[in-house]
Write a protein that binds this ligand. Sequence first.
Ligand code: SF4
Length: 331
Amino acid sequence: MKEFDLIKRAKLNALNGNILDRESIIALLQIDPESKECDFLGKAAREVASIICKDRAYLWAAIGIDFKPCPMNCDFCSLGEKWGIVTEENELGDNEVIERVRQFVSQGVRWIVLRTTQFYSLDKLIELAGKIKKEVCGEYELGLNAGEFDESIAKRMAKEGLEFVYHTLRLREGINTRFDPAKRIVTLEAISKSTLDLVYLIEPLGIEHTNEEIADALLSALKYGAVVTGCMERVPVAGTPLGELPDISERRLAQVIAVSRLAAGFHAPDICVHRASKLAFEWGANVTVVETGAIPRDACCTLKEEWKGFTSETAKRWFEAKGYKVFQRRE
Ligand code: SF4
């Protein structure tokens, strides 16, 4: 009974325009993902999604530009230099990237992100973004998922036509990564002070993370003004230090999505799940990711095809089956 009341309160809180408090977020995360209480949580989150995002779903496409060893050696990433997984380097040329962007735009993708390893030249990326914006017309928004930068670089990004940046303080930053969390925060602050939108998921979520860590990641996304939040699971990549730890269950991922939806309310109206899951759509996610190119979650580089064969068309079908309609343009 306690859980049902808590869920009803969280739902009301979201619809009243408030962010949920840390204690309640943790209590929602404590619900057994296999229970009927969790089904009720998912149902409540879906109802809130209907009101907040009006059953509009959106697609996110990531283009991994460089398949190269990265000296930051994050414990979950296939591109970490120390893990020796990348044996043959690869990098997409400008024309290949532009062609991929054109394809995603024609498929109705709203957010297209150019993703690189940590030290890829930001100058090169900003220049490429300007070129894409000139050559590919459409309703899409273009963003980056790259290294650290300051306010002056954020301004240059916006000037070249970039609309958003994907950046996060990851779960166990500084423990499972070699980053100083303070440096990631400097970049988050630079984005917050710019006209760029911030997209910030709870990631990479695995069975090792506590409810408290998840709640703090979610509240951090909201603190820095993320317009899209949600959750990305950790995919165990054999050969990385976390490669032997299993991934989370589909119900646990969907639960974290439901909690994100109720906690963020109108503050982050779009909730993204990666990997895509029909249950997560049913429990409040209205955004998902199609990937191509270098994938930090896999030992391969899918330069021509979508990762795991998950295409924009599949995503659209799944959303429609769960009562959403996919749009390219924000309302
Ligand atoms: S997650 Fe990013 S920073 Fe970390 S090793 Fe992979 S590419 Fe480098």
